[in-house]
Design a protein around this ligand. Structure first.
Ligand code: FE2
Ligand code: FE2
Length: 272
């Protein structure tokens, strides 16, 4: 779905990374959003919202670990992991220096039960959380170099628009949350790829460097969703259809008009 003219601007290994993501998403990012995102007047909003999204992604990973993977003792061990990052974003507190994640996160985290699912959720989400917090700091670095200040920004309608479709009973709720995680990671990856050639090369190169880990996050979420579905005959039978339904909700949030410009916003209202 990405026009060949734009894909050809990406090195071949990046284009190959994007192909399955492009097939998974039900619509490409609209041209009007890309044009809006490339405007210098929107650089601050783009970078600050991107920074917030990285923290949100880490918080989501921790939430999945707490709810579906960890023992009570392990939940206690991770409870303050995102606090320095949250203090910076919510209270503009601190100097923008954060604890070394390798040292801080290298503790033994026990699973709440012996199932492969609990263990896989911990393993995959732990890797994701570390990377998202690293990305958070990297976006702050890019902002410093671009002389863009951190400001408070409201979240877009995007994630909330999907979360409200999550079914209210388990394990369907878990499956839905994981599929939504896959959609958000896939869209982020697609936007980084399409936006990179349109931005200041320093930011464009940074966005291309993020593609690989965001593509892996998409795969990890989707394979965990499949794993959940495989444990329930009804969920397994309806898996493809449910993925399609949620992907259509995602696409409608991307393809419809949106009054606020954000990293995951829809078509800018001013475009009409
Ligand atoms: Fe990220
Ligand atoms: Fe990610």
């Amino acid at each position: 779905m990405i026009p060949t003219s734009q894909l050809s601007q990406l090195p071949a290994h990046f284009a190959a990374l994007i192909e399955p993501i492009d097939a998974f998403l039900q619509c490409p990012t609209p041209e009007a959003w890309l044009a809006e995102a490339a405007k210098p007047s929107n650089l601050q909003t783009l970078l600050v919202d991107h920074c917030n999204c990285e923290l949100k992604a880490a918080q989501t990973g921790l939430l999945m670990m707490r709810r579906y993977g960890l023992s009570l003792d392990a939940i206690e061990l991770i409870k303050d992991w995102t606090k320095p990052f949250e203090d910076y974003v919510y209270f503009l507190a601190g100097d923008g220096k954060f604890p070394d994640k390798k040292a801080a996160f290298s503790v033994e985290l026990a699973a709440k039960d012996e199932t492969p699912l609990a263990r896989d959720i911990i393993r995959k989400m732990l890797a994701l959380v570390k990377e998202e917090l690293m990305h958070f700091e990297q976006v702050l670095d890019v902002m410093r170099r671009q002389k863009v200040d951190y400001v408070r920004l409201s979240a877009s309608r995007y994630a909330g628009g999907m979360i409200k479709k999550v079914r209210t009973y388990e394990p369907a709720a878990l499956m839905d949350k994981l599929v939504i995680g896959a959609l958000i990671e896939a869209r982020s990856c697609e936007r980084f790829a399409r936006l990179a050639p349109r931005l200041d090369p320093a930011i464009g190169q940074f966005y291309l460097r993020l593609l690989k880990s965001e593509a892996r996050h998409y795969q990890d979420y989707l394979s965990l969703a499949q794993q959940v579905a495989e444990q329930d005959v009804k969920l397994a039978a309806g898996f493809d259809q449910r993925v399609q339904e949620l992907a259509e909700v995602e696409a409608s949030l991307i393809a419809s008009e949106d009054t606020e410009f954000r990293f995951h916003s829809g078509v800018p209202a001013t475009a009409h």
